[in-house]
Design a binder for this molecule. Sequence first.
Ligand SMILES: *Cc1c(COP(=O)(O)O)cnc(C)c1O
Length: 392
Amino acid sequence: MGNRFVYADNAATTKVSESVLQAMLPMMTEHYGNPSSVHKMGREASRLLLQASGRSAESIGCKPNEIYFTSGGTESDNWAVRSAALLGEQQGKRHIVTTMIEHHAVLKCCRALEKQGFEVTYLRPDGSGLIGAEQVESALREDTCLVSVMTANNEVGTIQPVAEIGGICRERGVLFHTDSVQAVGSIPIDVAAMNIDMLSLSGHKIHAPKGVGALYIRSGIALPPFILGGEQQRGRRAGTENTAGIVGLGQALADITKDISGRSERLARLRDRLAEGLLRIPETRLNGHPTQRLCSNVNLSLRGVEGESLLLMLETMGICASSGAACASGSLEPSHVLTAMGLPEELARGSLRLSLGDDTTEEDVDYIIEKVAAAAARIRGRSPLWTEPQKV
Ligand SMILES: *Cc1c(COP(=O)(O)O)cnc(C)c1O
């Protein structure tokens, strides 16, 4: 196969789609009014924002006035966790339940809250990255103010039993937040049916631009605002709205949830073809759950292959992938997710995450298989530590 360019890092970010771009452009050139202005330019911008709220709400089964637009997944997670803690504190509740495999946007907020006197239980997943609903249940206390468990993990793709966890939290009167940044568009999400109180979304993981996201807050929850200022977004998230980004997010959510089963079936077929091909490389293991995983995610560990070397070699072959999470690479720490799942450090360092997207083709998948096999053989060939597996 000749050289190609294959972007297989869609869990880090995605390309803005044509339909999102076309929805956004007039927001900058034509409908540039401030949605808070009373004149017709303002009213038009405000109408388009309302439409985006409606589309976003529809994609997760909530009401438009339960959607708050933010600057992205990180802000949404920060708002949910820190404000739920504030709310809990007012009721004398200072205990939080989360997991060891959350995104750092949740984990670092929890660490900061510990310094302020909160107690945090970090649940450990099983070897496939799964958190059991019963683990959450047995961690709940009288003073638990928040449970935060992600819908699907960004590194290994494992999908959590969020509806079950939501049911338990609702029964026990504990607020439940979930980070659905990676899950939306891969699995159907219905915040009402799943008993979710707060849910984080991000635009750039689903073909909208970077710098826009949303937090769903169930009506009736007195979650304190995170950014103070003007009266935008019912006074709960101040600042002139990122109208182009918001309209783009609304379009992206409508597009990606239009045909979830069709999309996920197509991607899952590619994912399985990719995983099968790569698992033929000797001493390679699939990280994450074999079936309860995102349709777009393959995460592997190759013994004797250091992740960063593999990535660099793949890049020369035209393949963009990642080792662990984008935000964690560059640091030499092994992935906190793989470590929590019990992988030995050597394997945690030798991980490769390939995340497929709507543009990925079968030819791309076959190209990745061929090149990863070649790169792994080359890296192993020059390592003095590598010994060929015994042939039986
Ligand atoms: C990317 C990501 C975030 C952060 O979203 P940003 O919009 O980049 O701030 C949070 N959680 C998960 C699971 C993610 O994958």
